[in-house]
Ligand binder design. Structure first.
Ligand SMILES: [Zn+2]
Length: 111
């Protein structure tokens, strides 16, 4: 399901999965070519997650087009508008979490 949405939106499946998993406060795994959320969600919950994804990372704020492309972390619209798509809950935030956990473990409990 996520794979098809990603293809329709011209986004890498992992980008869509990261966002939706973060939005639904869950995790996901990639099994073969399919992306599976760790928990089951209703279609309504998934749809609202996808709507937020589109609003934040796909739809152009200037012309409203969804025919945009993601290059690194910048979304580019055919109308010429470009914007950073880092407003969401996506990849960067998870990396920050991982780093914080790593830091906690590596800090010696001395002094
Ligand atoms: Zn546009």
């Amino acid at each position: 399901m996520i794979d098809r949405i990603a293809a329709a939106l011209h986004r890498p499946p992992c980008d869509v999965a990261e966002f939706i998993a973060a939005y639904l406060r869950t995790t996901y795994k990639i099994v073969g070519r399919r992306i599976i959320l760790a928990d089951m969600y209703s279609e309504a919950a998934l749809n609202s997650a996808i709507e937020v994804y589109i609003a934040e990372r796909v739809a152009c704020p200037k012309c409203g087009s969804c025919d945009t492309r993601l290059h690194d972390d910048v979304v580019i619209c055919p109308c010429g508008r470009k914007w950073r798509s880092s407003t969401g809950t996506s990849v960067t935030r998870r990396h920050v979490c991982d780093e914080m956990i790593g830091d906690d473990q590596s800090i010696p409990m001395t002094t």
